[in-house]
Ligand binder design. Structure first.
Ligand SMILES: NC(=O)c1ccc[n+]([C@@H]2O[C@H](COP(=O)([O-])OP(=O)(O)OC[C@H]3O[C@@H](n4cnc5c(N)ncnc54)[C@H](OP(=O)(O)O)[C@@H]3O)[C@@H](O)[C@H]2O)c1
Length: 286
């Protein structure tokens, strides 16, 4: 049977390009979309690549615990029904940038919830299926901006003095901590944080206003196209040599040093435990 991948953020930007390239590699894709129209439009754009490989959409939102759990359960059901309970690749790509402080239904800050908590919850739901693969891989899209982030245990979610850039870069720092801690806990699953570089997408124009929106439009115009990071993400998800660098931060297809604080395993464990409390999830109970 062809391999199977789950892709979040598949309806636009980097996630769309990754979905296309996975299908071209004859890897079945379970893609996540927030709404049916976007799913149908994406499927239409990719129709030439789905003759002998499957592209299924699950409709779901990653904004809060309940919706993300529901999304995880729906994806899990599809994997059980269609792929005998086995998953080979998980691409955590969905993300957002947010002007102003917004809380979700759980009282968590929105950027933190979508960029960090949803990765934790979704990966929790899919780990039992990844373990059944003979070569499981998990990728989480982080960002160059994580190098400029710090950790403040009294303000993890940026609830005090919210700032758009600080919230975003911290969420991307937490992605790197998550990858390193997950790789420590699940040695049999090859796990990577991806730095896609600056990419021409709409991410900075979707949930932003004013100067932030304008600045993103100007800045992103000098970025690469969406296929540039997607190509090496496919390599990381499929090529043998990457199995040697699980837990690493990958930039332009190469393993490079991440922010020095991400090597502090105490921070990684503490963030993991804080995330368990917020999500009411323990990977130990699987
Ligand atoms: N572009 C860059 O220069 C850059 C640089 C560093 C890192 N990144 C990271 O790359 C990843 C992909 O971003 P992109 O640049 O490709 O932007 P994008 O085109 O806006 O893609 C983001 C994707 O996430 C989805 N998404 C957002 N909130 C969601 C939610 N609550 N539930 C479900 N899905 C949700 C979006 O769905 P909709 O289509 O419905 O909006 C979209 O498909 C992000 O994690 C971002 O932080 C991007």
């Amino acid at each position: 049977m062809n391999r199977v991948a789950v892709v979040t953020g598949a309806t636009s930007g980097i996630g769309f390009a990754v979905t296309e390239l996975l299908l071209k590699e004859k890897i079945n894709v379970i893609a996540l979309s927030r709404d049916m129209d976007k799913a149908n439009q994406t499927k239409e754009k990719l129709k030439d690549y789905i003759n002998d490989v499957n592209l299924d959409f699950v409709i779901g939102d990653l904004s809060d615990n309940e919706q993300t759990n529901q999304t995880g359960e729906n994806i899990a059901k599809l994997i059980k029904d269609k792929y005998k309970g086995k998953l080979d690749i998980l691409m955590n790509i969905a993300g957002r940038v947010t002007t102003g402080y917004h809380e979700n239904a759980d009282g968590n800050e929105m950027t933190f919830a979508v960029n960090h908590l949803s990765v934790f919850i979704l990966t929790y739901h899919l780990t039992p299926f990844l373990i059944k693969s003979d070569d499981p891989r998990v990728l989480v899209v982080s960002s160059l901006s994580h190098y400029r982030a710090s950790i403040n245990w009294n303000n993890i979610q940026n609830k005090k003095m919210y700032n758009i850039l600080k919230a975003y870069k911290r969420s991307k720092l937490y992605n790197v901590f998550f990858v390193k801690e997950y790789a420590r806990r699940f040695e049999m699953i090859s796990t990577f944080a991806i730095d896609p570089g600056l990419v021409r997408t709409n991410i900075g124009a979707k949930n932003t206003t004013g100067i932030a929106k304008l600045a993103w439009k100007l800045r992103s115009s000098s970025g690469t196209d969406i296929y540039y990071p997607a190509r090496y993400m496919i390599d990381v998800a499929t090529k043998e040599e990457y199995k040697l660098c699980s837990g690493d931060y990958i930039k332009k297809g190469k393993s490079v040093k991440s922010n020095p604080i991400t090597y502090n395993a105490d921070h990684g464990r503490r963030l993991w435990e804080y995330t368990e409390e917020l999500t009411h999830i323990s990977f130990n109970n699987q």
